[in-house]
Design a binder for this molecule. Sequence first.
Ligand code: VG1
Ligand code: CO
Length: 543
Amino acid sequence: MTIQTVATRPFLDQKPGTSGLRKAVTVFQQPHYLENFVQAIFDTLGNVQGQTLILGGDGRYHNRPAVQTILKMAAAHGFGRVKVGQGGILSTPATSCLIRKYATCGGIILSASHNPGGPDGDFGIKFNTPNGGPAPEKITEAIYTRSRELSEYRILDAADVDLDSLGTRSLGAMTVEVVDSVLDYQALMESLFDFDRIRDLLTGPQFTMVFDGMHAVTGPYAHAILEGRLGGPAGTVIHGTPLEDFGGGHPDPNLVYAHDLVDLVFKGDDYDFGAASDGDGDRNMILGRRFFVTPSDSLAILTAQAHLVPGYRDGLAGVARSMPTSQAVDRVAAKLGIDCYETPTGWKFFGNLLDAHRITLCGEESFGTGSHHIREKDGLWAVLFWLNILAVRRLSVADLVQEHWQTYGRTFYSRHDYEAVPSDPAHTLIEQLRAKLPTLVGQRLGAYKVAYADDFSYTDPIDGSLSQNQGLRLGFTDGARLVFRLSGTGTQGATLRLYLERYDPQPAGRQDTQTVLADLIALAEQVAQIRHFTGREAPTVIT
Ligand code: VG1
Ligand code: CO
C-alpha cells in the first residue's frame, strides 16, 4: 500500500452554504471533486497525526464510495483512527454525539439533509469541529479558500474496507473501527429522558403513535429506540429502512413531503401522535391527531415544559432561536426570566452559546430543535422530548398546544418557499428590497406600522465575530414580522423564503393560519413584488 500524491486542479465552486457543501451527485462524481474538498478540510485542520475522526453519512446514493475515498485519504494523512458507522451510516446527531463522547478532532458527515437523493439527486459533505458542531464560518471560509488554490491531494492506494461487519481493521498504518450506528446515541437519549415513563405510554392502551423515517437515516435509530427499547408495537416506525434514493421521496419532514404520515394522522382516528425526521436525522415534525405543531411553537412548548424532563429538570440556562423563527419562545423565556438569543439561520451559530453555557435549548423554524446534549439539531431527541412530556401530562398534543396558547398567546406563523426560481431575478428582488428598507421605517402599510426594517446582522456574543446580510426583516409595531431571505442549501437556481408572523395575545378557537396571515401575505407581495421577480403565482411549499 503506497501513498499517492495526485495532481489536481481547483474547482472554484466549493463554497459551503448554510450547512456544508451541497451539489448534485453528478457534480460530486466528477474526478477529484470530492477528493479536493476533503484535502481542503485536512489542510485546514493542520497536523492530524494520530488523531481520531468520526465518519458517516445518511446512506444516500454515493455515500459508500465517498466513505471509502475519505478513509483512504485519512490514512494517507496520518490519522490514527477513523470511527465509521456500520454500512457508512451515521445520522448527523449521532455523529455529533460520537465526536463529543470520544473527544475526537472532528467528524465528516456525508449528507444533503432534506434534499432528494439518488443518481439525479443531491449529495453533500460537512465538517464538524471537536465540540461536535458544524464548523463555524471562519473555518468554512478557510476550507473554501484552500479549495481554490490546492494542486494535489494525497490518498492511500488500497482495497476497499469492509464497512458492514462491526470491529476494527487496518488501512495502512490507520485503524478503521466500524461502530454500531445507534448504541452511543441511544445511551445519550436514555441519560436525558424518562424511558420507563415513555415505555408505559407507548405500551399502554391510551396512546398510539407512528414515526416516519422517510426511508432515510433515522429508521435504524427509531426502530432500536421506539420499538426495541421503548416497546412501541411493530409498525410504530414506517419507512424505516434507509434507501439510497429515499424510495424516490423528498426526505423533508413537512406537511407536503411527509404526505404518507400526514394522511395517517390527519385522516383517521388511529393515531394520537405522529412524527417524522429528515434525510440525516436532525429535523423533526410533530403532529397530533389532525393537528400540526409549528416548529416555532414546538420550541416554545419544550421550553415551557422542560422541567418535566429529567435531563432538563434543573432549569435552563437560556434559549436561542434563529432570526426567522417565531417569537413564541421569547415569551416563554421572558416568563421564566432566562435569556433568549436571536441568531442567523444555521445551527453553527448556536455552537458558541451552547459551549459557553449561555443556552440549554435552541431551535429553528425549519423543523430543527436541539439542546446542549450535542451541537446539532436532533430529530429523534425532539420526538422523545415530546413523548416524555405527554407521558407525564397525559394530554393530547392539541390540548397541550391550546393550553400553551391560552397562557402565552398564539403566534401565527408560516413560511412560503419559492423553490428553484431563476437566480438573477431572485437576487434583484432582495437587492431592491434591501435598498427600499430604510424608506419604510415609520410608514403605515395597510393596518400595520413599520417599527424597523433592516438586513439582519449578528455579532457573536462569545467570540465577537460579525455575520452580515442574514435576511431582510420588516418588523411592525404590534410585533408582526415579515422576513425575506435566500436559501443557502438549495442546489438549483435560487430559493426565496418568505417568513410571516403575527401575534394574538388572546386567540379564539382554531383559526386557519393562512387566513389570519392573509393581509401580511398581501403586504409581502406589495413591498417585494414576489410574483414579478420569481415568475411564480404561488409558493412551491407552504409550511
Ligand atoms: C435550511 C433551513 C435552516 C437549516 C438548514 C440546514 O437552510 O432554513 O434553518 O439550518 O437548512 O438544515 P436554508 O439556507 O436553505 O434556508 V439541514 O436539516 O439541511 O442540515
Ligand atoms: Co437535516
